[in-house]
Design a protein around this ligand. Structure first.
Ligand code: SUG
Length: 441
């Protein structure tokens, strides 16, 4: 059977802004209060999707969420008309309002964890929506994310959907950002690497071991091919709030920073036991410091197998990197050295996703990987699987509805809310989604 990897990128929403909401995420903190450009952000995201399509990769997307989240504000005691709710929240609880306006669902690596069908005991594709319990603005994504995944992957025989884990921060789960799959080809049984954290001296860990274990159970993975590894406190405290800031896995390759794991040798031994074919490509701290890694996001790249004649196995690999990693001379030198060496990574592609990067989201944060057989891909909702014409239609939609400048003050403006909902209404019309969002129900 032929299997293919699809990247489902988050379509960036019209309220994209810099509110400094994520403690431990250095980019989010340092850009707090800056003006954002949602139009440019969404077009950068779509250009990355188009670029991946042009490389021959499978590309889908997840829709943005409806923001401001009036449902959340109502549940927290704000009442009146929609406009009155925004006015009251802006006056008395502006931080809460900012949390309810975040366009953070764009980072779909945090939407869910996915297990492809060759890896699961029942042969279905399993999804567990992430509860994102660590941050309020992200925790309120989970309900709509689950709805979106169920809408797109709507076929009982192929797709199993697990709700967000219960228990709040006790089972804090940040989705695929702390998970990687290693396999000899997309369709071969894969090994699953779950990376969890423990609080550092500076910053709290978001992903809990208990959560990773629960997701592995939900997905009916083979325990012999499932590894739980602790992220290093040094990486967390350097600003790697998700493990995908310091490492990425694809196919037979694990590309990571030397200081990613708390106990490097034990972690690598466990990974080799679960995936004997693995090739570990490591950046030594002497060449790339953790600080370089966090600033440049070289590991927050999409490591992809370029298509070849068969099912994507054995093809060469490319790194889809943020332009920031081209601008750091040490990082650039290490990347060039990596492609020159004898390993499957032999192409570098730099993409500008600066608007997202300024909130701590690189190319890998913006995508959820879903490996599908041809039959499974055929069972997914085709409106969310892209070709060039569909990308052009989404670009037109962005140009018609998005502002090119948003400051924190704009979040208090009820007109901005109405514009955002008009955009979402037009999107549901375009995609035939019906009354999908809370504001439409
Ligand atoms: O959860 N930033 C996101 C970035 C997520 C990146 N995802 C991965 N590494 N996979 C976060 O910290 C900032 C929003 C603000 O400050 O306005 C934010 O939510």
């Amino acid at each position: 059977m032929t299997y293919r990897e699809y990247n489902f990128d988050g379509l960036i929403g019209p309220t994209h802004n810099y509110a400094g909401l994520s403690f431990g995420n250095l980019a989010s903190a340092s850009n707090k209060g800056a003006a954002s450009n949602p139009r440019e952000a969404a077009l950068q995201g779509l250009a990355k999707m188009r670029g991946n399509l042009e490389l021959g990769l499978g590309q889908g997307f997840l829709p943005p969420q409806d923001r401001p989240s009036l449902k959340t504000l109502r549940a927290l005691g704000f009442s009146g008309t929609d406009r009155e709710i925004i006015e009251k929240a802006a006056k008395t609880e502006p931080r809460l309002l900012a949390n309810c306006c975040a366009a953070s669902s764009m980072w779909t690596a945090n939407a869910a964890t996915v297990a492809p069908s060759p890896d699961t005991a029942d042969g279905a594709v399993h999804f567990t929506t992430a509860n994102l319990a660590a941050n309020f603005h992200r925790a309120i994504e989970a309900e709509t994310t689950a709805r979106a995944l169920a809408h797109i992957f709507d076929h009982e025989a192929h797709f199993v959907h697990h709700p967000p884990l219960p228990g709040g921060v006790h089972f804090g789960d940040e989705g695929a950002a702390n998970h990687g799959r290693l396999a000899e080809s997309h369709g071969a049984p894969g090994a699953h690497l779950f990376v969890y954290g423990e609080d550092g001296a500076r910053f709290p860990a978001r992903q809990k071991r208990l959560a990773s274990e629960a997701v592995a159970r939900n997905h009916r993975l083979d325990p012999a091919r499932t590894v739980f590894v602790k992220q290093s406190r040094a990486a967390l405290d350097a600003g790697a709030f998700h493990n995908d800031v310091v490492g990425v896995a694809n196919g037979t390759v694990l590309f990571l920073h030397e200081q990613s794991f708390e106990d490097r040798e034990a972690a690598c031994a466990a990974i080799r036991a679960a995936a004997p074919f693995v090739e570990i490509v490591e950046a030594p701290a002497s060449k790339v410091t953790l600080e370089d890694a966090v600033k440049s996001y070289l590991f927050n790249s999409q490591l992809v197998t370029l298509p070849d004649a068969d099912d994507g196995a054995g093809g060469e690999m490319a790194l889809i990197l943020p332009t920031e990693s081209e601008e750091n001379p040490r990082v650039k030198a290490f990347l060039e050295e990596t492609v020159a060496r004898n390993n499957p990574i032999n192409r570098l592609v730099f993409r500008n996703v600066r608007e997202s990067m300024r909130n701590g989201g690189g190319p890998a944060c913006l995508r959820l990987r879903v490996v599908l057989s041809a039959a499974e891909a055929g069972a997914a909702n085709p409106r969310f699987i892209l070709d060039g014409a569909k990308i052009s239609a989404l670009e037109d939609w962005v140009r018609a509805h998005y502002r090119d400048r948003v400051t924190p003050d704009d979040l208090s403006d009820p007109d901005f809310m109405e514009e955002s909902f008009a955009a979402m209404q037009a999107l549901t019309d375009l995609l035939g989604m019906g009354a999908f969002y809370d504001f439409q129900r």
